[in-house]
Ligand binder design. Sequence first.
Ligand code: ZN
Ligand code: ZN
Ligand code: ZN
Ligand code: ZN
Length: 500
Amino acid sequence: MPISEARVPTRRPGRYLTQLGRHAQAIGHRPGHGGHDAGGASQPHPRMLRVEQSDTTATLEFDRGRCTLDAEPDALVLRIEAPDATSLAQLERLIGSDLERFGNRDQLTVTWHRSDDHRDGDPDHHGGEHDRHGGDHDHHGGDRDQHGGDHPHGPGDAHAQGGDHGHAHRHGGVWGRVRHALVPHSHDSADRVDTALENSRRGVRTLVFSFLALSATAVVQLVVVLFSGSVALLGDTVHNAADSLTALPVGVAFVLGRRAATRRHTYGLGRAEDLAGVVVVLVIAASAVLAGYAAVRRLLDPQPVHQLWVVAAAGVIGFAGNELVARWRVTVGRRIGSAALVADGLHARADGFASLAVVLGAAGVAVGIPLADPVIGLAITVGIAFVAVDAARQVFGRLMDAVDPGTVAAIERAAAGTDRVDRAYDVRVRWVGHSLRAELAVAVDATLPVGAAHRIAHEVEHRLIHAIPRLAAAIVHTEPADAGPAHRALAHHRTAAAPA
Ligand SMILES: [Zn+2]
Ligand SMILES: [Zn+2]
Ligand SMILES: [Zn+2]
Ligand SMILES: [Zn+2]
């Protein structure tokens, strides 16, 4: 049985062992894992069957072959056994390229050494250099670079439909693919996929909880407003009611955003989140106008405030309700990577302090300053107005496709770092709901066949998905260093469209 071994010196062998084992478990190297379709076309990829793993050793069992990994103190030692040379070469490429990608920062290099007695009559073996990188087999001619039917392009698969990459997960099948496409996920390991599923449920649950908690707070406060006549408390109540209502459109966006793309909505309905954001801004602005109007009227026409202790208690309840919601939102938002939820949480925290101002107003009235109540009411209104402006800025940024410029730089860096990519540029990236989609161009060797260039494009996409948080898909345009002639024909259509 052909055997190949690699000794990879590293200070963190255990870490890479764990990472590789998890990746194998999560993905299974089947046809359809977009980043790993570089194998021979003559034979389908080895299929992942089983992973056994401890802290220092792991065994990846494939239908044609097996890889054992051992974490030694200063190196990760890999050993592949396969029934034939082709399977051996495929496993070398799959495992080697994954490990090199994981170890990119430590500049890990995997060099395979085959047992000498198997060198003869091995058509696939050209010595270490060529077998390390799946894409380097252009010298085999045509059939190496064709799809051989195992590339996941075509109707009915996740890659073509959702723009999502075609990882086939352990749970496999149609349901697995649908789930992979619909649920926000990190695909590095099986447990995180499950956690991601749990997370999105937690996200919705958090919204429901926030809605209930803030509604209850507002109802209790409203009762106190009615018999006390405090406009400061009115402002706080209106604010809390508006905030609880904001959960409704966001909840709708969560549900709609997970719908699959259709031929009418080819990017899915993720942008419902932005629309919901516009509604939120309008609701907050309207609540600011209402609270401001009440406070100004009271300044012009002072009225007594009754039951000051109860008003103060209602302020404390407002603080407690908001702080509870804030903690819940920030924690869950950070975990599922929803900036919107984190921002909502910080907002609720600020609101909690606005509620405490109601207590201050009641104290002022108690010591003989009746204007304290409407003044605090106005201050709360100003607070609501700031919140509205801030939310508006964020939502309009989304509507105008604004992203963090650092994300663009990170995409350029990760793409340019891909094997055989000379340059990466013309990056466009935007949010659709809470995932990012990117387009970019990469310069490659002009003499590469289409198949090889296509593989590079998907390697770039795969690297980006791993490197850029929340990136769901990237469309990569490969072109030769001198793309001038092809681009000149289009030049008169491209005035201000391209980013600098
Ligand atoms: Zn608020
Ligand atoms: Zn493709
Ligand atoms: Zn991957
Ligand atoms: Zn081009």
